[in-house]
Write a protein that binds this ligand. Structure first.
Ligand code: ATP
Length: 134
């Protein structure tokens, strides 16, 4: 099967690199996208969701907190504020973040911005727990 290179990059540096990926699946704001070799060039904003990278008979799953996917000839780049491989996720930290966010969401809704921030924090924590426990 034809392969392509993938890199997942955050402000802290590269989180994942592969020279020979066969497929990348991610959830863009416009819906699920699957990238194979020779995909048309594309830039799309991503939602806070797991990204799957298939390489041979192994699929690597990363927790990706939004950002963008860019597809160019033979190269896929994911640029996000935060992204973690399953083995780098601290589940206790994610569970604590999830509980904190849930407590904020249960309280009286005083401020739309804080509410939105808590929703996003909850989403990040939830996908981290999912990815770590897969
Ligand atoms: P927390 O409240 O625990 O900091 P957060 O969702 O606010 O969670 P982010 O702002 O998304 O955290 O991420 C800040 C940095 O910490 C990023 O580099 C991210 O990869 C890392 N990070 C956040 N949560 C975890 C976790 N549970 N395990 C490992 N790294 C994490």
């Amino acid at each position: 099967m034809k392969t392509f290179s993938v890199s997942v990059v955050t402000p802290d540096g590269p989180v994942y690199e592969a020279a020979d990926a066969e497929m990348v699946s991610a959830r863009a704001t416009s819906g699920e996208i699957g990238i194979l070799a020779d995909h048309v060039p594309l830039v799309a904003p991503l939602t806070i969701n797991p990204v799957r990278i298939k390489k041979g008979d192994h699929t690597q799953i990363l927790a990706v907190s939004g950002g963008f996917i860019e597809v160019r000839k033979d190269t896929v780049t994911i640029l996000a504020q935060a992204a973690e491989q399953a083995t780098d996720i601290n589940v206790d930290r994610a569970k604590a973040a999830k509980e904190r966010a849930e407590r904020r969401l249960e309280g009286t809704k005083q401020d739309d911005i804080d509410f939105k921030r808590a929703e996003l924090a909850l989403r990040r924590a939830s996908i981290r727990i999912d990815v770590a426990e897969k």
